[in-house]
Design a protein around this ligand. Structure first.
Ligand code: ADP
Length: 162
């Protein structure tokens, strides 16, 4: 069985993330969307549990996709699978340098681990969670940026943050 791991912070999940998850689910037997705790991201919009619950709602219709969270090294997490593959989205050349470095480090920690990249769909190339958080703080329409299941949660959180 081939397992793909789609890691990220997903704070919040965007249509760009969902596009990568859907396409990965068509290629692999099983997909784990992994919400990673990231020490360098200090003031998150949503807690890890909130993000896991939100993504769970968004991917409920995809039968081979599950959602988990993890606070350690991705390469260590991947050891529980026989043939693990990390699948990441590449938006622009700016993502490349960092992703290339991470893929090599992960492989040196866990040689069984492969990393594959899917190019971002054209309409989501400039979409990021930080852009969504920024737009939400100005009360902008989010319907073309995030899955409809999470729009209400983001609007509520953005209002409370004011
Ligand atoms: P962000 O950079 O938006 O905070 P994450 O850290 O949650 O996103 O990213 C998780 C993964 O999703 C990364 O591989 C990232 O390249 C990918 N990704 C994020 N946004 C997009 C997008 N708009 N299109 C394609 N892939 C994306």
């Amino acid at each position: 069985m081939r397992t793909a791991i789609c890691p990220g912070s997903f704070d919040p999940i965007t249509l760009g993330h969902l596009n990568i998850i859907r396409r990965t689910a068509r290629i692999f037997d099983e997909v784990v969307v992994l919400v990673m705790f990231n020490a360098s991201k200090t003031s998150p919009m949503f807690t890890i549990d909130e993000r896991v619950e939100q993504i769970g709602r968004v991917v409920a219709h995809l039968s081979n996709v599950t959602v988990e969270s993890y606070g350690g090294l991705l390469a260590e997490y991947a050891r529980r699978f026989e043939h693990p593959v990390i699948v990441k989205g590449l938006r622009a050349s700016t993502d490349f340098e960092n992703e290339f470095q991470m893929a090599q480090i992960n492989k040196s920690i866990n040689p069984a681990l492969e990393t594959m990249f899917l190019t971002s769909s054209e309409k989501y190339t400039f979409l990021s969670s930080s852009m969504v958080r920024e737009l939400a703080s100005y009360g902008a329409d989010l319907s073309t940026f995030v899955p409809r299941e999470v729009i209400g949660d983001i609007q509520k959180k953005a209002k409370r943050g004011k």
